[in-house]
Every structure is written in structure tokens, then in C-alpha cells.
Ligand binder design. Structure first.
Ligand SMILES: [Zn+2]
Length: 236
């Protein structure tokens, strides 16, 4: 069984992404301290880690064993890889400045949480009369198998509204679609690319890849698999 070592000690910030306060308002820390901590963390990265932003995880590329994550905890029990936190916060601040109220509904998940999600999805399709095989086939379009979800990397966030209002969510997704690349995030799963990604269109799912790759992906319209040149082979 895959086990991930999760280092929680290095940089743990309590932030309020969903409710508004900025980094400088984090209780007990000054903004300078927090940013210095993050810079210090980044400087400890060695050369081999320079590609962490572009790690490909999908049905055919599971998360490596012993994948290290340092998490930054957000409000409402959410957390993300600490390295993406500053840009995520900036993206939310800028969206709010335009009158939007985005909320993170899902972020980092353990493999066990992913397993539970898959189990619930299978049961849901089971209740609808799907055979076990058909249920798994359909569920995989929406929920990644444990060990193959970007959420287990801490580099993906699902962004919506507090009350899941479709109309408000649409405006937020529109803004994210047009602006997220400026902060290093890409819209990861579009309907047009389902044949390649193996995942149905998810307008709420954003993946951090860094500003350079995000800008190229945004401008060229390719998906991450195409960008990396390793499209998922469809199973015979
Ligand atoms: Zn997601």
C-alpha cells in the first residue's frame, strides 16, 4: 500500500482564504515573517525539485511512493502544498477585489479520503442500477482512483461558491478561466480534452503548474498531458 510522508512541521500557516483576511492579518505572525518563512523554504529546495510544479498524476501515472508534502492549512479544514499558497492567496484576493466570492470546496486529500470518495460514488451508481463494472467505469470519469488524484498532491483546488449557486459559480469560473494563469494555475479538465485526460469536464478544478507553464498552456489551449507530451493511452 502506498504511503506518503507528510511533513507538517516546516511551514504551517493558518489563513482565511475563504473569508477575506489577508496574509498580514494571520494571528501571531507578521506578513514579513510569513513570507520570509516561505522564501526560506523555497531556498531549501534542491535542483532536482525544480519540476515539482509539473508532476503528472492521472490514471496511468500514480503519485510516487514517499511523496513529500509540506502543507499550509487554510480555513474550513482545507490545506494545500505550502509552495502554492502565496499565489493562491493572491488569486483569491484579486478575485475578491472584483467583487467575487470564491470558496475552496476541496483541496489536499489523503489517499484514504480519495478511497472514501470513490466508494461513495460507486455506491451512488450502484443504487441507480449500474452493474459493478459499469459503475466503476462511470465513477472514474468523476473521481480518480486512490493514488491517482491531483488532490493527493496538494497542488489542486476545487473552487466554487459557498452555497454552490450555479449562477455565481459560473461568473467565478469565467474569471478563473481567464485569469488563473497569471497566478500559475490552469483549468485542468475541459470537456474537449476528456479523451486525453480521462476525466470529464470540471470547471471548478484548478491545478498549480507555475506561471510559466500556466501561461503557455492558457495561450496554446493544450491540456497538461499534451503540454508534457505524454497523453494517456486509452485502454483497449
Ligand atoms: Zn478537483
Amino acid at each position: 500500500m502506498r504511503r506518503m510522508r507528510i511533513a507538517l512541521g516546516a511551514v504551517v500557516l493558518w489563513t482565511l482564504l475563504g473569508a477575506g483576511p489577508l496574509l498580514k492579518e494571520v494571528k501571531g505572525y507578521s506578513a514579513d515573517t510569513l513570507l520570509a518563512g516561505l522564501d526560506g523554504y523555497k531556498n531549501q529546495e534542491n535542483e532536482a525539485d525544480h519540476d515539482w510544479k509539473l508532476i503528472l498524476v492521472n490514471s496511468q501515472n500514480p503519485i510516487p511512493e514517499k511523496y513529500d508534502i509540506t502543507l499550509t492549512q487554510l480555513q474550513n479544514n482545507q490545506s494545500v502544498d505550502s509552495r502554492i499558497y502565496p499565489e493562491l492567496q493572491q488569486m483569491f484576493d484579486d478575485a475578491r477585489a472584483e467583487g467575487l466570492l470564491p470558496v475552496i470546496s476541496s483541496s489536499y486529500r489523503t489517499e484514504e479520503m480519495q478511497r472514501q470518495m470513490m466508494e461513495e460514488k460507486l455506491q451512488e451508481y450502484g443504487r441507480q442500477g449500474y452493474t459493478a463494472e459499469a459503475a466503476r467505469e462511470e465513477a472514474k470519469r468523476w473521481v480518480a482512483e486512490p493514488g491517482t488524484s491531483e488532490h493527493e498532491l496538494g497542488l489542486a483546488v476545487d473552487i466554487t461558491t459557498a452555497d454552490w449557486s450555479q449562477q455565481d459559480a459560473y461568473v467565478i469560473w469565467q474569471w478563473l478561466n481567464e485569469n488563473s494563469y497569471r497566478y500559475g494555475f490552469i483549468l485542468r479538465y475541459t470537456e474537449e480534452k476528456e479523451d486525453i485526460t480521462g476525466v470529464a469536464g470540471e470547471p471548478w478544478h484548478y491545478r498549480y503548474v507555475g506561471k510559466e507553464a500556466a501561461a503557455e498552456i492558457y495561450r496554446s489551449g493544450v491540456c497538461l498531458e499534451e503540454y508534457l507530451g505524454t497523453a494517456v493511452q486509452s485502454c483497449p
